[in-house]
Design a protein around this ligand. Sequence first.
Ligand code: NAD
Ligand code: ZN
Length: 254
Amino acid sequence: MDSSNDKNIETVAKLLKTSQKVLFITGAGISADSGLPTYRGTGGLYADNSTEDGVSIENALSASMFASKPEITWKYLLQIARACIDAQPNAAHLAIAEFLRCHTSSYVLTQNIDGLHGQCPESQLIEIHGNAFNFYCVSCAKSVEADSRTFLQSISTTPSCQYCGGLVRPSVVLFEEALPGAALQRLSNVLQAEPDLVVSIGTSALFPYIIEPVYRAKASGIATVEINPDTTEISSQFDYRIALGAAQAMQVLL
Ligand code: NAD
Ligand code: ZN
């Protein structure tokens, strides 16, 4: 750990002690410490962006592919869900959940669909890309009630609804789809209430709704922190950077 990391850890630990309205923004990197592959970058699931079906992963996981060839989309959804199902929350997920329980005006905005923030109070969790373990029918909208592990194990190509035979899907946001309205509304309320600290953990921060809270905080003079062993395209925008893995950093900080 270099000295600037040490100094930043000390400052950020103090900020976390005195802040009530913290917005944690998390990405695949926070779950890397639970053994889940990230999306991009070294060791990422789709680092070279192609699939064995000859289409990009964005195409395979898109609304138009799901409409025309749902078996292709399901193939990759299953790969992702099966990679996540046995993972356990790590020290970073648990530290954030504990922090949120003690600070009811703090929130976590996650891009992850792995459900590993499940110990956070539900009203303080914004799963902006949905959750890979909730399933519903696209025809009758009924939810699948079976245990998600049993349900995932039962799928060979595409699952159908037990009530109407319609196509079942997980409540994740596919490429080309709009973000869930309720999650967007909650995010908008959180930003309007002005967080007093924004902490970004393990995201390459490529989506506008992930970058915006950071820029808004910066414009209002609110402290911003990035926790990521590597730099990202927006690293230079943060007031403090901690170049450690999520679990180690959060254990030291909280
Ligand atoms: P990303 O893969 O683009 O970026 C991951 C970031 O995490 C990188 O900047 C990397 O340097 C950093 N990182 C790697 N190991 C880390 C560690 N131990 N601690 C902290 N940071 C670490 O991920 P993204 O920004 O979340 O965007 C990817 C998209 O893919 C999102 O839409 C997300 O929904 C989806 N996705 C989700 C999961 C999941 O649910 N676990 C996994 C992969 C991808
Ligand atoms: Zn149905």
